[in-house]
Design a protein around this ligand. Structure first.
Ligand SMILES: [Zn+2]
Length: 250
């Protein structure tokens, strides 16, 4: 069956002599993988359309009971080339793509998550702060996939704390100071400013999101909380995070 879909290229690797194995996140069917036959030889059918971060219209050929679709050709809709011209932008973008690859379920449509990724990549390409955009992406993307951490009440006593709270990656939520007992799990402190920023970012439309100006301290707190949160969801660290940390501190 032939079809076409709008998709963002997540990764693409060489396969055999001339083909490419492409992972893409599509508007219609979420995460998918496909083989682009002769992609390394046919510039006419693919151009640079199979590079990571590119949004393109993919022409597909699907066969029943086959996990891999065949990618017949790609028309580029937008190619955010400036992401790859800057190390920190490219590193932050790589973390976003890895999150999508690890978390988005295959063949499951999630139009909101697709549009979020497209919008964030556009802003990243336009030169907005990469670490800020990654934070916004984590907040909204995890929520759209059903992994929203619970930060509005203490998991143990149910109250809405006024002061600092402790984020528990294992439980996907937080404890107030009274309910925290020492445990083996590393503890991540979140101030009320960080919790407030989290809910503000979660609810704010993407069109207005760049009006938010969190302090570096708030960004750091949320970065640590989301690292603990995603570690618990995936059972491992994201590979691209270390690279982002190393290039961000240069
Ligand atoms: Zn409590």
């Amino acid at each position: 069956m032939k079809s076409k879909t709008e998709a963002i290229i997540i990764s693409s690797m060489n396969l055999g002599e001339a083909d490419k194995l492409v992972t893409f996140f599509s508007l219609d069917r979420g995460m998918q993988k496909g083989v682009a036959k002769n992609a390394r030889k046919s510039f006419r059918r693919f151009g640079a359309g199979l590079e990571a971060f590119t949004t393109c219209r993919l022409h597909l050929h699907e066969r029943e009971h086959q996990e891999l679709v065949r990618i017949e050709s790609a028309d580029i809709l937008s190619q955010p080339v400036d992401i790859c011209n800057d190390l920190v932008r490219a590193a932050a973008g790589a973390v976003m793509l890895e999150l999508v690859k690890e978390l988005a379920p295959p063949n499951e449509r999630n139009a909101s998550a697709f549009l979020l990724l497209a919008h964030i990549l556009h802003l990243l390409n336009a030169g907005e702060d990469p670490n800020f955009l990654l934070s916004i992406f984590e907040i909204k993307f995890l929520s759209l996939l059903g992994y929203q951490p619970k930060l509005d009440h203490c998991l143990a006593c149910g109250i809405q704390p006024k002061g600092d709270v402790i984020f528990m990656g294992m439980k996907g939520g937080m404890l107030c100071q009274e309910c925290v007992v020492s445990s083996e799990e590393p503890q991540v402190k979140l101030s009320q400013g960080a919790v407030g920023f989290y809910y503000q970012a979660l609810r704010m439309d993407m069109d207005k999101i760049c009006r938010l100006k969190p302090s570096p301290g708030i960004m750091k707190e949320l970065d640590q909380a989301f690292a603990a949160h995603t570690f618990h969801i995936l059972g491992k660290k994201l590979k691209s995070t270390e690279f982002l940390r190393s290039v961000s501190s240069i």
